[in-house]
Design a protein around this ligand. Structure first.
Ligand code: BEZ
Length: 221
């Protein structure tokens, strides 16, 4: 059965470039992002993993650990990391999982469907994981997932933007509008009555429609 938002992220033990981990223990009390790439020593993946190395401090600021995955071995990852640093100008300090048995790739449905849904008889190409992202909350539930094809590099700034929204909306009864960025106005969710809103937002809000009420971003908790 496919993984859905609010499912508990399946736990696993894995070999990584930073040693063996139990995924849930590794996550600890914070947030985590698990992301897969198709193959080491390929061009788009090199730019993606290099960019993640550069912006890892932004994830750390948000109490979110990051961990990569492909079906390549840990040895391969360790060799490739040198190329990433050389070409992208940032050292990879986050762990990368070597999922050579495809155990986690199958558990998280990171493989493409090109082989009629069976894992037997897969070709080398279809054994590569697509570009999946799972953001997992401190409760170990899946909060966000996205899947990009092999030939399209992801925009990891969008994950940071979504993390800001998810962390804010976990703490306050608000939602964030299209293209929202941290610090911008937010929306009071319809479940909050005007009476309740008056208590929460004594300085007021703007009612554009009864269902569309906009207020300054509340302080982060
Ligand atoms: C790449 O990272 O460049 C790539 C990997 C697999 C298929 C296509 C592109």
């Amino acid at each position: 059965m496919s993984l859905r938002l609010n499912n508990t992220a399946p736990n696993f033990t894995a070999q990584t470039t930073k040693g063996t981990i139990d995924f849930h223990e590794w996550i600890g009390d914070g947030w985590a992002m698990l992301f897969s790439h198709p193959k080491d020593f390929t061009p788009v993946c090199t730019t993606e993993l290099g960019y993640m190395a550069r912006i890892e401090p932004e994830f750390a600021k948000r109490n979110c650990k990051i961990i990569g995955l492909s079906v390549d071995s840990v040895d391969s990852h360790l060799k490739w990391e040198k190329d990433i640093e050389e070409t992208q100008g940032a050292a990879v300090n986050y762990p990368m999982i070597g999922d050579t048995e495809l155990a986690i790739a199958k558990l998280y449905e990171m493989l493409p469907a090109d082989e009629a849904g069976t894992f037997e008889g897969r070709t080398a190409a279809t054994n590569q994981t697509v570009r999946s992202v799972f953001v997992i909350g401190p409760d170990k539930k899946i909060k966000l997932q996205l899947t990009y094809p092999m030939t399209t590099g992801r925009n990891f700034n969008e994950i940071l933007r979504a993390l800001d929204s998810m962390q804010l909306t976990a703490a306050h009864k608000v939602a964030t509008p299209v293209n929202w960025q941290d610090g911008e106005d937010v929306i009071i969710v319809p479940a909050v009555s005007d009476e309740e809103a008056k208590e929460k937002y004594p300085n007021g809000w703007k009612t554009i429609k009864p269902y569309l009420r906009v207020v300054s971003q509340p302080a982060k908790i």
